[in-house]
Design a protein around this ligand. Structure first.
Ligand code: ZN
Length: 164
């Protein structure tokens, strides 16, 4: 059995037999049991290894996410499982294209839960939708994932845009 680091989509959709021996972070379990309480028994039955990434791996993941411009689109859990993959040198299983992008950049193997995955690497910038002013990436994950505040010049919404 190959032991991989799993994102929450894999925890929800994969059968117990495929979850056995795989890795996830403790905050995923808390989130999952809150959002999908019916899945709690299944998750408890699986022999998952719940472990936090070490500080060094978290730092590597953080710096990488800032450099690619993905940070503003990541949750704390996203960053945590990326760091855990780096820490354990294990394949990251995720359908999140930002995490696939980052795993690729980190030299970590990744595979998808169910979808096809990315074909090219992307970079992102945080930009005002009105005046197009470009903002620097936040230094830590975004709590709400899609709310990056307002432009200090014109007060319009900031959005993540792919750099072409
Ligand atoms: Zn603006």
């Amino acid at each position: 059995m190959v032991k991989e680091v799993l994102d929450t989509a894999a925890l929800i959709s994969w059968p117990i037999i495929r979850l056995n021996g795989c890795y996830a972070i403790p905050s995923q379990k808390i989130e999952l049991c809150k959002i999908y309480p019916k899945k709690e028994i299944k998750i408890d039955s699986a022999e998952l290894i719940w472990i936090e990434p070490d500080e060094k791996s978290l730092e590597i993941a953080t710096n990488l996410a800032i450099s690619t411009g993905d940070m503003a689109g990541l949750s704390k859990i996203d960053l945590g499982i990326l760091a855990l993959s780096i820490n354990l040198k294990k394949t990251l299983v995720t359908d999140d294209y930002r995490l696939q992008n980052l795993a690729e950049k980190a030299g970590i193997e990744w595979k998808t839960v169910s979808t096809k995955g990315i074909k090219e690497l992307w970079k992102w910038e945080l930009r005002c939708i009105a005046c197009k002013k470009i903002y620097s990436q936040p230094g830590k994950p975004n709590q709400k994932k899609s709310d990056w505040g307002e432009c200090e010049d014109c007060g319009s919404e900031l959005k993540l845009k792919r750099i072409r």
